[in-house]
Structures are given as C-alpha cells and as structure tokens.
Design a protein around this ligand. Structure first.
Ligand code: 2PG
Ligand code: MG
Length: 430
C-alpha cells in the first residue's frame, strides 16, 4: 500500500434524486489529494430481500430523509475507514460490512455504505490515473454493453397506469453501442409521435419512458412494434423487445391481478400469457416474470421458454450471490440484474456477478428508478465486462448522463472497443 492511497477524509451530504427525494452523496479524499465522489440511487419497486435503505421516517420529506445515513457516514464510517487504502476495495468493503454487523446492512444503511464504497473506487481510479472502468477491469475492459432502453414506463413508475413496468428495446442488429443508441433514439421519437397521433401523449413516467396511456398491456406491446417499424427498423432483427414485468408488484402467493384488464391469474396462467406474448411479439428478454416469492413459477417459466428468451431475476435475486446459486440449482432464471444498492458494497455486487458468470448466467448492470447524474454503473458494466446495461429511457438528464458516459468510453477505446451484440440474449436469437 502506498501512503498516497490512504483515505484522509470522508464526507457525506444530502443531495436530491431524479424524483426530488433525498439521497446520499459521499466524498472520499486520499492523502495524495485525489477525491472520489458518488451518489446512491433509490428504487420504487424494491425486492423484499434487498439490503436496507436507511430513511429517517417521520414527517419530513415524506419520511424519506437521509439524515441518519449521512450522519453514519460522517461519524462512525468515517472514523472506521480513515487511513485505509482506497485501492483495496475488497478489504475496505469487508471492513464496512463488519462495521455494520447486521445481515441486511440495517444498522448503518446500505445507502450510507454504498456511497462510501463507490466514492472510494472513484478516488482509487483517480490516484491510479485511469478511468474507473479501466481501474476495475484493466486493459481488457473493452466490452461495451447492450443497452436496454425504456420506451414506455408503467407499473410503480407510472401510477400503475398499466401493470407491466418497463417496455424496453434492445438492438441485437446494431454493430456498436453508438449505433444502438441511434436506433433507440429513433424508436423513442417515433413512439412519442405515435402517442401524439392517438391523442394520448401525456408526458413521461419516472424513468423517462412515455406515459403508458393504453387500454391493455398488449396494446403497449403492439405500439412498441409499431414504433420500431415507423423508425424504419426491422422488429426482431435490428430492434427487439425487453420487458420488466415486475410481477411482485401485482402478485403474491401464486395469485396475480392485472389491474388494467381486471384479469386474475395463477402462476401457470401468467406463464401462459407471457409465453403467448413471446410468440406474438419479438421479445428477447423478460425480467421478473413471476413474483419474488414464486421460485417454482420462475423455474417453470424458465424451462418453458428455454433458450428463446433471457429470463432475468431482479426482485427475485436482489444481486445476491447466494440467491443466484440457489436459483441456478432450481433452474429458475438465467440472468441476474445487478444493482449495487440492493447489496450495499461494490465487492458484494461483484461477487454476485462472478457467481452468476461461473454458473452460466448472463448479467445486466441496472440503474434504479430514482437516479442522479452519477455514472458509476456505466463503469461497472464495462469494467466488470457484464455485457448489458439498463438505465431507463432515452430522456431525462439522469438517464442520458449514463448513455453519454458509455459513448465517451466507446470513443476512447477506439478500435479496441467490442460491442456485446445479439449473443448476450441466448443462443437462438438473431
Ligand atoms: C427495476 C428498476 C428499474 P426500481 O425494477 O428494474 O426499472 O426499478 O429502481 O424502482 O426497482
Ligand atoms: Mg426490475
């Protein structure tokens, strides 16, 4: 350890996220004078088994203030990490985990811990004189992720106007990350015009996708295909559909209610509906098709859909290495969504990805619905060579900051940049 990389100060403050809610920003300063800064995001449709996000409760800001988390960073956490090496991420994170001492980070808060964990990584990259993705992944970190980009919002991010949460596109036919963004920009623009033509363009949902003014969930899927076509792109070949059903939001104990259509299903009924959608629409990825308590449904869906569609666990796996291992044994899901704030440190998130990769699972680094200008997740996706990145829509500054950061990295890598391409979704696609 060089003295230069020793942590000389840690400071947190309350800042505000893209929903205007309080969140934690931390700065880690090193002896060298280097500074790392990070802001933690926040979810709205959260998994029950996520690490705890510490909020103050009470009346202030709807109970969502983060005074306690900020105080934890500026007090106990700061004292514990002063003098530690910022460039030994694993040791630092283990220290944070031990300091918290709870199974679920509920003493100090995953938001307090993650802010410091991420800020330390930024400081370490800075002292090594390289961008964060390169600090994390070395010179081999050249894989640009396939972007999953929301066109229509829904679920908990749109007042439950439709049941399905994310209607997204991916670009299996694109040759580069930049081209995938160009195509998606066109789809997004045409989707907005299509809604305007129908007199149902009412602005955007939490993550920037168009407001889902549809009569049925299936109408939204049809509109998505129409928008791809209007953009002059070939559905299923150039541009395909990815969904986040976020089924925990409308189902539990094997009972599911699609409120929009006033239809009730058991697990098999919902599976049947999703399989029908996969036959009818060019869908290549489905996240949380069943609720987080429905592991058996997950396994039945994964078996039924086979290699045709990527089955993603978000609320179901909560970025947990242990849950990924369990679900691999059960044959439930084949891809894990990676959200650092579901765990509370970068090291635990990376361990989940390592376990997933070893078991043949795919991975998607993901933003939360409450975000900020922080672009750390882009560097994680590239540095860890995950291959896919989900950030919300092609609108709103907190989303565009991330897409634009990936563009900068692609340009910087030049001829060394590789694009993840269609292969990420499974063997039979594109
Ligand atoms: C999800 C995310 C992002 P939230 O469910 O995947 O779309 O939503 O951050 O609200 O959990
Ligand atoms: Mg999700």
């Amino acid at each position: 350890m060089t003295n230069e990389s020793q942590i000389s100060d840690v400071h947190a403050r309350r800042v505000w996220d893209s929903r205007g809610r309080p969140t934690v920003e931390a700065e880690v300063s090193l002896r060298s004078g280097a500074l790392g800064r990070a802001i933690v995001p926040a979810g709205a449709s959260k998994g029950r088994r996520e690490a705890l996000e510490l909020r103050d409760g009470g009346e202030r800001h709807g109970g969502l203030d983060v005074g306690r988390a900020v105080a934890n960073v500026n007090g106990e956490i700061r004292r514990a990490v002063l003098g530690m090496a910022a460039d030994d991420q694993e040791e630092l994170d283990e220290h944070l985990i031990a300091l918290d001492g709870s199974p679920n980070r509920d003493r100090l808060g995953a938001n307090a811990l993650l802010a410091v964990s991420m800020a330390a990584a930024h400081a370490a990259a800075s002292i090594h004189g390289v961008p964060l993705y390169q600090y994390l992944g070395g010179v081999g970190a050249t894989l640009l992720p396939m972007p999953q980009i929301q066109i229509f919002g829904g679920g908990a991010h749109a007042g439950r106007r439709v049941d399905i949460q994310d209607f997204m596109v991916v670009c299996p036919g694109a040759a580069s990350f930049a081209q995938a963004l160009e195509w998606t920009a066109e789809v997004y623009r045409h989707a907005g015009r299509l809604m305007a033509d129908r007199g149902s363009q009412f602005g955007v949902a939490d993550e920037g996708g168009w407001w889902p003014a549809f009569d049925t969930n299936e109408d939204a899927l049809a509109a998505l295909v129409a928008a791809i076509e209007r953009a002059g792109l070939v559905p299923g070949e150039q541009v395909a559909i990815a969904l986040d059903i976020a089924a925990s939001e409308f189902g539990r104990n094997g009972r599911y209610t699609l409120g929009l259509e006033q239809r009730q299903f058991d697990s098999d009924g919902l599976i049947e509906l999703l399989l029908r959608w996969c036959d009818k629409f060019p869908i290549v990825s489905i996240e949380d098709p069943l609720a987080e308590d429905d592991g058996e449904g997950f396994a039945r869906f994964t078996a039924a859909i086979g290699d045709r569609v990527q089955v993603v666990g978000d609320d179901f796996l909560v970025s947990s290495a242990a849950l990924v291992r369990e679900s691999a044994v059960a044959g439930a899901a084949n891809t894990v969504l990676l959200k650092p704030n579901q765990r509370g440190t970068l090291t635990e998130t990376l361990r989940c990805w390592e376990a997933a990769r070893e078991l043949g699972f795919g991975g998607i680094v993901s933003a939360r619905s409450g975000e900020s200008e922080d672009t750390t997740i882009v560097h994680l996706a590239i540095g860890w060579q995950v291959g896919q990145l989900k950030v919300g829509a092609f609108a709103r500054g907190e989303r565009m900051a991330k897409w634009n950061e990936a563009l900068r990295i692609e340009e910087r890598l030049g001829a060394r940049a590789r694009f993840a391409g269609a292969g990420v979704f499974g063997r039979n696609i594109a």
